[in-house]
Design a protein. Structure first.
Length: 182
């Protein structure tokens, strides 16, 4: 009985201390901090950190990179991570989250989006639209351009004919290339 009373009083006493989130111990910006290897609370930025007002960031946002196969593969990967949960892997607006009750995003195959500039997709990823929140802080500019390029590739693939596929344009197997080799 006596031991349980001591435990109860200890818990009650611990609960009476001021544990406010606004009054926690902390280091000032230029204070010495022995917990860090350099002994200072002011730590260097991690490698790869880009300031939102950095000239390189602005340049990457303003100028889309040239579209090549590597950019499309990166766009497909990033699309699968950030966009497919709502927009679906084919861009029809029927992703897994939508099937569970989230509002339908537009299909990328609507006429107004088929005619839209890639900048619209980039800006929508950056700033959000409607119930879609901003991915500007989560997706770097180059990846936003890659996603926009991949969306454009999805759109073009839906409207392409079979004759336009690379396999349809390739010479038949076993055909000579004119140099005597099959």
């Amino acid at each position: 009985m006596r031991a349980s009373l001591v435990v109860l009083l200890s818990i009650a006493a611990a609960g009476c201390t001021n544990q406010s989130m606004t009054r926690q111990p902390h280091y000032g910006t230029n204070d010495p901090a022995p917990v860090f290897a350099n002994g200072s609370a002011a730590q260097p930025l991690p490698a790869g950190t880009v300031s939102q007002d950095d000239a390189e960031y602005d340049k990457a946002s303003a100028n889309p990179p040239p579209v090549d196969l590597a950019l499309l593969h990166r766009g497909q990967e990033r699309f699968g991570i950030f966009c497919a949960p709502c927009h679906g892997y084919e861009g029809d607006g029927d992703g897994a989250i939508v099937r569970r009750g989230f509002p339908h995003p537009p299909s990328y195959y609507e006429p107004k989006l088929m005619q839209a500039d890639a900048r619209l997709f980039f800006d929508t990823i950056t700033n959000g639209f409607g119930v879609m929140y901003s991915y500007g802080s989560r997706v770097p500019p180059r990846d936003r351009w890659a996603i926009a390029a991949y969306i454009r590739a999805l759109q073009q693939s839906r409207s392409a004919s079979l004759a336009e596929t690379p396999e349809a344009k390739a010479p038949p197997r076993g055909a000579s290339d004119g140099g005597g080799r099959p």
